[in-house]
Design a binder for this molecule. Structure first.
Ligand SMILES: CC(C)(COP(=O)(O)OP(=O)(O)OC[C@H]1O[C@@H](n2cnc3c(N)ncnc32)[C@H](O)[C@@H]1OP(=O)(O)O)[C@@H](O)C(=O)NCCC(=O)NCCS
Length: 156
C-alpha cells in the first residue's frame, strides 16, 4: 500500500501505516485522557497482525486508528479501535480521509477480509454511519468510558 495524501485546508496531509510509538501520544490525548483507563495501550497493539494508521501534518501525527484481528460473528475480521483526530483538525475532513484510506488498505492487503467492525462511542456513531458503517444490535455501556454501539463496515 502506498502512502496516501489528502489536501485539507491547503495542507498536504500524509496518510500511512505507522508504528504504535508514532501515534500513541495522540491516542492518549484524544481517547484515553478523561477515562478510567490507566494505560493508552490496548491488548494486541503489538501483535504482528495488528495494523496502525496515522495522518501527518508535517512531522505531527494528527489522526490515528488501529485495526486488530478479531472475529466478527464467527467470521475473520478486524476491529477498528482508538480512532482519534487532533482537536485542532476535527471537522475538517481528516477523519473521513483516514478512515477511507485504511478501509482500502485493509481490503487490498487481505483478500479474504469481508468486514471491519468497531465499538463506537455513541456520540461518534454518526461519523461512521456517514461512511457506510451500519449499527448492529443495541447500545451498551463500557464502564469508565461511556455508552457505545457496535458498528460494521462491509468491504466486499
Ligand atoms: C470522531 C472523529 C474521529 C471524526 O473525525 P473528524 O476529522 O472530526 O471528522 P470529519 O471532519 O472527517 O467528518 C466527516 C463527516 O462526518 C461528520 N461527523 C464528524 N464527527 C461526527 C460525529 N461525532 N457525529 C456525526 N457526524 C460526524 C462530519 O460532519 C462530516 O460530514 P460531511 O462529510 O457531511 O461534512 C473526531 O471528531 C474525533 O477524534 N473525535 C474525538 C474522539 C472520538 O470520539 N473518536 C471516536 C471513537 S469511536
Amino acid at each position: 500500500m502506498t502512502d496516501g495524501t489528502a489536501q485539507l485546508d491547503g495542507r498536504d496531509i500524509v496518510l500511512r501505516r505507522v508504528a504504535i510509538d508514532e501515534m500513541i501520544g495522540l491516542r492518549q490525548a484524544v481517547i484515553i485522557a478523561g477515562t478510567d483507563r490507566d494505560t493508552p495501550y490496548f491488548d494486541g497493539d503489538r501483535d504482528e497482525a495488528t495494523r496502525h494508521f496515522g495522518a501527518f501534518d508535517g512531522e505531527a501525527c494528527v489522526g490515528c486508528l488501529s485495526l486488530m484481528s478479531r472475529a466478527f460473528e464467527g467470521e475473520p475480521s478486524y476491529q477498528l479501535r482508538g480512532m482519534a483526530v487532533d482537536p485542532r483538525w476535527q471537522g475538517r475532513g481528516l477523519g473521513a480521509a483516514l478512515l477511507r484510506y485504511c478501509e482500502q488498505a485493509m481490503a487490498d492487503e487481505f483478500d479474504a477480509l469481508n468486514c471491519l467492525w468497531c465499538n463506537a462511542r455513541t456520540h461518534a456513531a454518526g461519523f461512521y454511519t456517514r461512511h457506510g458503517w451500519q449499527q448492529v444490535g443495541d447500545g451498551f455501556d463500557i464502564p469508565g468510558v461511556g455508552p457505545h454501539v457496535r458498528m460494521v463496515r462491509r468491504l466486499r
